[in-house]
Design a protein around this ligand. Sequence first.
Ligand code: MG
Length: 276
Amino acid sequence: MRIQSSRLFAFVTLVAMGAPLCAQQQAAAPQGAERQAAPAPAAAKPQDTEVWEPVPNVVAPGANNTAPPSDAIVLLDGKNLDEWVSAQDKAPAKWTVASGVLTVNKAAGNIETKRTFRNYQLHIEWKIPENITGTGQARGNSGVFLASTGPGDAGYELQVLDSYNNKTYVNGQAGSIYKQGIPLVNPSRKPGEWQTYDVLWTAPIFNADGSLKTPAYVTVFFNGVLVQNHFELKGETRYIGQPFYKKYDAAPIKLQAHGDPSEPISFRNIWVRELN
Ligand code: MG
């Protein structure tokens, strides 16, 4: 039904004058039309929006916020390397475990988990030796590869480095996603003190032809401080060249034996909760 020009003129005039809403509605309504009233909100009840199932699993938290909760897979409890192998040839890992602490053996190369993972929550603690020497990237360099996609440094590296008082490129300091994600802040502790990473890793998803469907995302708390906030990765982290994605399904978590001559760093208390 057409609105007569005189009524349209009246409507425009009323709007321009800031007329009350009811007056606008009356003026704009075509003759004979009945307006539908919205359902009365008074009919809604609190119970309408309550969800009772499924009930989340009960998980006993660790004794503190760094101890593994009851549903975690413990990857390192400081007693042995049963969960780890050499990243190069899958032979038994040859890093040193003593007094509850794992120390990098640089000559033995990177190590990785026997298990493979997709999406997960990870807790890991690391320590730069108090007597650390070197500068820049050659001072306590190691790394946590959140997905290891091959031998060597293939994969997605969360950098480990002494960044307490050690200048380097900012997308390569501790808490960075190597050469991609600069940490939001630098909450590094001094060499000789234990530090923590708590990581939420969302694995990339690939199409059958190998093309990327959805990218990887990572959130990282460094010593309890947010340094990566749902950061979208551009692909695998690379020492030289631009990042790119390479199809994988599930992957180990890998620790880096960096080739610099500085004193080897240590790890302890590593656990993971799968989120698939
Ligand atoms: Mg590194």
